[in-house]
Design a protein around this ligand. Structure first.
Ligand code: PEP
Ligand code: MG
Length: 578
């Protein structure tokens, strides 16, 4: 058995796909410097302009073929690419180079692309870095028309059961590939937060992204085993390996079927403690998967996704429509909407962007929103207006200081007065909570609990800041340890502070949906667990098998022994003790 390549698994369904490889040629081709003679420059400019027009026509065709029930953001994504095709840097920049230096169209295009990409690459924020991919997708379309030899007739072939191999894929490509029957895909580039990875999850396509070298070591047509659970692709495998993965896929399928039966069962432990299982969502359409997997509500709606794939910030009405759709989709379940968690380099409305050497520690999230009320107000107005239609909760991210809560509350009260004066209905008692994801806030959680209606622990950032490791840097990924004693102490402190203040404490970081940690968190007294929809039924199974009273005793002993023993060893005893 040969593991041909590894990458970041985007697992959904069984996470296993067995099928022939299908090499796509959507990536950019690097071209050599080439020039045209003076008198040919006009013709070369025309050729370039025709390619831009052709690329726009292709995108419009894709837009028209998007299947129904596709997240509306995808249409916006294609619209953004259409707008980029009109942007001076892409539509006119190469023309200037053709005229001024006599560059060939492809060479001029590549130079402009490199200059643009360099700007995006200096941005440390992962969301913004994905904009670099947008540039490449748009440039790739133009290039394909300028280099017809590089294009293939891939638009119509039936791809049922195949595993697509590509340098990278646009979400538009992923949708069309799904439509044509693709069963999985492997890309050289892209992180777990790339547009395409997010979409793969919501389309239910197991995938591996960031699999460097995959397009050169995997061959078109050869049989592959893709295991998205472990981020590996196998080629040249033996019959025993095939049998192993077929059996694993079949077992996973049976397990998924059995788990579905838990959908309507209560999230209650063996000793009768009622807990809450909520969904993390990125797009309003994710509510469908949340409901299918029995979510009792939404514990985290990451609203910054509203800002993606567009050139201007959403209007108050756009905010309102998105939140209203989620509230309507969830029925009576609570919907926790997080206010903008944009980074310092993600200002979208022309506000002053300060030079920022470390965006994770910079002007992001609540800090940015309080500094730029013109960015914050439309969202808060929309949130309050939506509160008249269902049980929403407003959640403030990245809190560090109590005065941030007080300022945000003052702004919310000001908007409440505005809405009252205008006769606009809203819920005067809408809960306002905060994310505890900075160690300073976790250590002073009792004070936050006095000023907020609920707390939600964001372990993704809490672990990053506590252990001083960049959560998006692969090089320090091995240090990302949710069971580090320092992390466990902080989480324990937040839960205890919330319970003492008699307010709801939840968790919406990835740790909440990890079955390895659920018994520990139950034992710490956590009430709400919010996670990506596909983890909900697994989590429910673990919760329903747990005995909260006994776990509390065991965890109390574990916390007392944290300094003298290895936390991982102590924790491993929890499920066994059940
Ligand atoms: C977190 O930090 O745990 C969290 C849920 O927020 P995000 O992953 O969006 O930063
Ligand atoms: Mg966070």
């Amino acid at each position: 058995m040969t593991v041909a390549c590894t990458g970041i698994g985007v697992s959904c369904g069984t996470g296993i796909v067995i099928g022939p490889a299908y090499r796509l040629h959507h990536g950019l081709v690097r071209v050599d410097a080439t020039w045209v003679e003076g008198r040919d420059q006009d013709a070369e400019v025309q050729r370039f302009r025709d390619a831009v027009t052709g690329a726009a026509a292709e995108l419009r065709t894709i837009r028209a073929r998007i299947p129904p029930n596709t997240p509306s953001d995808i249409v916006e994504f294609i619209d953004t690419h259409l707008l980029m095709l009109e942007d001076r840097a892409i539509a006119e920049g190469p023309v200037e180079l053709i005229r001024a230096e006599g560059c060939s169209a492809v060479w001029a295009l590549q130079q402009r692309r490199d200059a643009l990409v360099q700007v995006f690459e200096t941005m440390e924020d992962p969301y913004l870095r994905t904009r670099k991919d947008d540039v490449d997708h748009v440039v790739g379309r133009i290039q394909k028309l300028l280099l017809p030899a590089a294009s293939t007739d891939e638009e119509t072939e039936d791809l049922t059961g195949r595993i697509a191999l590509a340098e990278d894929l646009t979400p538009a490509d992923a949708i069309l590939l799904r439509h044509r029957g693709i069963a999985g895909f492997v890309t050289e580039f892209g992180g777990p937060m790339s547009h395409t990875a997010i979409l793969a999850r919501s389309l239910g396509i197991p995938a591996i992204v960031g699999a460097r070298g995959s397009t050169s070591c995997l061959k078109h047509g050869e049989p592959l085993i893709l295991d998205a659970r472990h981020g590996i692709v196998l080629a040249n495998f033996e019959a025993t390996a095939l049998a192993h993965f077929q059996a694993a896929g079949a077992a996973a399928q049976v397990r998924i079927g059995a788990l579905k039966r838990l959908r309507r069962e209560p999230s209650v432990t063996r000793d009768g403690r009622q807990l809450q299982l909520l969904a993390n969502i990125e797009l309003p359409d994710d509510v469908v998967a949340a409901c299918e997997n029995g979510a009792e509500g939404v514990g985290l709606y990451r609203t910054e996704f509203l800002y993606m794939n567009r050139l201007s910030p959403p209007t108050e009405e756009e905010h309102f429509e998105a939140y209203h759709a989620v509230v309507a989709g969830m029925g009576n379940g609570p919907v926790t909407i997080r206010t903008l968690d944009l980074g310092a380099d993600k200002q979208v409305d022309g506000g002053a962007t300060l030079p920022c050497t470390n965006p994770a520690l910079g002007l992001r999230a609540i800090r940015l929103c309080l500094k730029e009320p013109q960015l914050f107000r439309p969202q808060l107005r929309a949130l309050l207006r939506v509160s008249a239609y269902g049980p929403i909760r407003i959640m403030l991210p990245m809190l560090t200081n109590i005065w941030e809560v007080l300022q945000a509350r003052a702004l919310i009260e000001d908007i409440m007065r505005e809405l009252t004066a205008a006769g606009t209905p809203f819920d005067h008692t809408v809960p306002i909570g905060g994310m505890i994801e900075v160690p300073a806030a976790a250590l002073t959680a009792a004070a936050f609990a006095r000023h907020l209606d609920f707390l939600s622990i964001g372990t993704n950032d809490l672990i990053q800041y506590t252990l001083a490791i960049d959560r998006v840097d692969d090089a320090v990924n091995y240090l990302y340890d949710p069971a580090h004693p320092a992390v466990l102490r902080l989480i324990h402190n937040v839960i205890s502070a919330g319970r003492a203040a008699n307010i709801n404490v939840g968790m919406c970081g990835e740790m909440a949906g990890d079955p390895r940690f659920i018994p520990l968190l139950v034992g710490m007294g956590l009430h709400s667990f919010s996670m990506q929809p596909h983890s909900l039924l697994d989590a429910k199974q673990v919760l329903r098998a747990a005995h909260a009273g006994r776990l509390e005793q065991q965890v109390a002993a574990l916390m007392a022994g944290l300094d003298s023993s290895d936390a991982a060893d102590l924790m491993a005893e929890l499920p066994r003790a059940e």
